[in-house]
Write a protein that binds this ligand. Structure first.
Ligand SMILES: Nc1ncnc2c1ncn2[C@@H]1O[C@H](COP(=O)(O)OP(=O)(O)OP(=O)(O)O)[C@@H](O)[C@H]1O
Ligand SMILES: [Mg+2]
Length: 263
């Protein structure tokens, strides 16, 4: 449920969706870097709901806290104040082993593809395969690589793949366990226009098929149309929260406020 239409919002005010339909529920989240006199607040009183199946784009100037925000949701950092539930489970107070379990249910895609250069495309994906369900690791890796159009590149190493192909291997790795949540930090930043478009189209298609939620940080305003919702962070604060459905029916997308995407 999009709470705020295209209106600017202040942190802390958000309509409540049916909580069982929420992939992520955040209340009054604050986060700080450093300690003592060097302590600096990076995120301020963020409250947001992300319903299951939603594709949300997070945008905002450099240093506005986008990566920090994603890494908290991904249980890669521990939040300092507030509440953060991922797939219904409160992360605050979890043990390390419980946090590892939460991370296993999330597909991560980063700007740098982070592939192992000494492993083939298939082996890179196989590394991520959880042993559950049917089929060997190799079969499952090859199936998802084929789905991403890489059937002829399964046994290639990253240095023989193009930038777009490497990023597709990284996406295959994120999707191979059919996660309910995908966190993507500038997944198209290193790609040319067409490869970037292909990658987000594939993410959108696979997300729809697998009913998963995608939170994607991007500066790339050419891919905004895949989003159901656009969230803008400025200086660690929630500046605006825009539902694309509501927005597109009321406005021509070409007239989106360009200030929202200023770097
Ligand atoms: N490890 C860290 N230690 C101290 N400060 C940090 C650390 N990581 C980030 N910060 C600070 O926190 C703020 C938010 O950083 P973050 O990386 O989340 O921004 P961002 O929106 O992802 O920026 P970009 O678009 O450049 O990737 C910045 O002021 C940054 O300098
Ligand atoms: Mg970042």
């Amino acid at each position: 449920m999009e709470a705020n239409g295209s209106q600017p919002v202040s942190g802390g005010s958000v309509a409540i969706a049916n909580t069982s339909d929420l992939a992520v529920q955040i209340r009054h989240l604050n986060y700080y870097f450093g300690q003592g006199e060097l302590r600096k607040q990076a995120l301020f009183d963020i409250s947001l709901d992300f319903p299951c199946g939603q594709i949300a784009i997070i945008t905002g100037p450099s240093g506005s806290g986008k990566t920090t925000f994603l890494s908290l949701i991904g249980a890669l950092r521990t939040l300092h104040e507030g509440s953060l539930k991922v797939m219904g489970r409160e992360l605050v107070g979890m043990s390390n082993s419980q946090l590892v379990e939460v991370r296993r249910g999330i597909g991560f895609i980063f700007q740098a593809h982070n592939l192992f250069e000494s492993l083939t495309a298939s082996q890179n994906v196989e590394m991520a395969v959880e042993l559950m369900g049917n089929g060997s690791k190799r079969e499952r890796a090859v199936t998802v690589l084929k789905r991403l159009g890489l059937e002829n590149r399964v046994d290639y190493k990253p240095n023989s793949l193009s930038g777009g192909q490497k990023q597709r291997v990284a996406i295959a790795r994120a999707l191979v366990n059919q996660p309910q949540l995908i966190l993507a930090d500038e997944p198209t930043a290193a790609l040319d226009k067409q490869s970037g478009r292909d990658v987000v189209n594939l993410m959108q298609q696979l997300a729809r098929e697998q009913q998963c939620t995608i939170l994607m940080v991007t500066h790339d305003n050419r891919i905004l149309d895949v989003a159901d919702r656009i969230i803008n962070l400025v200086d660690g604060r929630l500046e605006s929260d825009t539902s694309m459905n509501e927005f597109v029916t009321a406005h021509d997308p070409k007239n989106l406020d360009p200030r929202m995407f200023m770097l």
